[in-house]
Design a protein around this ligand. Sequence first.
Ligand SMILES: [Zn+2]
Length: 307
Amino acid sequence: MDPIEAAKDLFFIERGFLSGNHFAYRADAPVLIDTAYASELGKTKASLERLGIDWGRTRLIVNTHCHCDHVGANRVIQEASGCEVALHPAGRGYVEKADRLATWWDYYDQEAEFFDCARSLADGEILAVGPHELEVLHSPGHSADGIVLYHRREKALFSSDTLLEAGSTVATLRLEGQDSVSAWLASLERIEALDVRVAFPGHGRPFSSIREAVARTKRRLEGYLTRPESVGDDLLKRILVYTLLMRPRVGAAALFDRLMGTRWFPDTIDTYFEGEYRRKYDEVLRGLLERSIVRAEAGTLVATVKP
Ligand SMILES: [Zn+2]
C-alpha cells in the first residue's frame, strides 16, 4: 500500500492487521503519530525512509493509545532521536508506572517495551504539526487513554481504534471495566458531531462512510450490553488470530497449550463460558477455518489476514 498524503507532508501509512496504521509528518524534525508493532520495526523504518523520513531526526511521537500495535517502535526511535513522546494523561500514567496490564501487553501476551513519556495530550488541546492543527479528542472505550485527532481544515479524522470501517472492535471489559462500553458509545457521539470527510483508522483503509461505520460500531457495542457472551466470542476470535500473527511458528498441536499459558485466553473463557476451554477453542478455530481466516498448512495454522 502506498502512503496517502492526508494533508500537506502528513502521510497516512496503512499497515496490516498486526501493526496499527500510522502517520508521519515529513520535515527536518519529523513528527510521528503511532509507530506500529515491535516485531515489524524493519518495515516501519523502511516505510518512513521511502517517504524521505529519517526516524533518527524525530522531534515528537504522538500515540493514539498505548497498545502494543501503536507504540512498537517508540523505544528504538526515542533512543535514536531523543524525541519526546506524548500520550493522553491516562496512558502516560500507565507508562510512568510501567503497568504492563493496563497497557494490555501482558494480558494479551504481547511484545512491547516501555519508553519515556514526558508530555500529556489533554482533551480539547490543539496539537501543532508543522502548519497543521490537530484537535485532540479523548475517546475512551477501546482503551481508557484513547484519543482521536481531528484536522478540521481538511475535515479528516485520525480515528485510531475508536472507529474502524467494519465497526469491528476489541473490547476488553475485564481490563477496561463494564463502563467502557458506554464510554465508547459516548466517544462515538462526539465523533458523529464532527464534520468528517474522511477517516483514517487504526486498522484498514481510509473511509468516508462515517455514519455507517459509527452505526455498525454502535450496534456491536449495544450487542455487548444485551448479549455479554458476544464480547467473549469476539475476543476469542481475535485472541486466536493475533496469537497466530504474533507467533507464526506455533504448531497446530501446540496452539491450545500456548493459549492456556496466557492470561487472556483462560480468563475470557472463565468470564463468559464457564471454563469450557477446549470446547470453545475447537468451536472458534472451526469457525475461523470455515471462513478461511485461518488456514491449516503442514502442521501449522496460518492467519490469512493480509500483512
Ligand atoms: Zn488498540
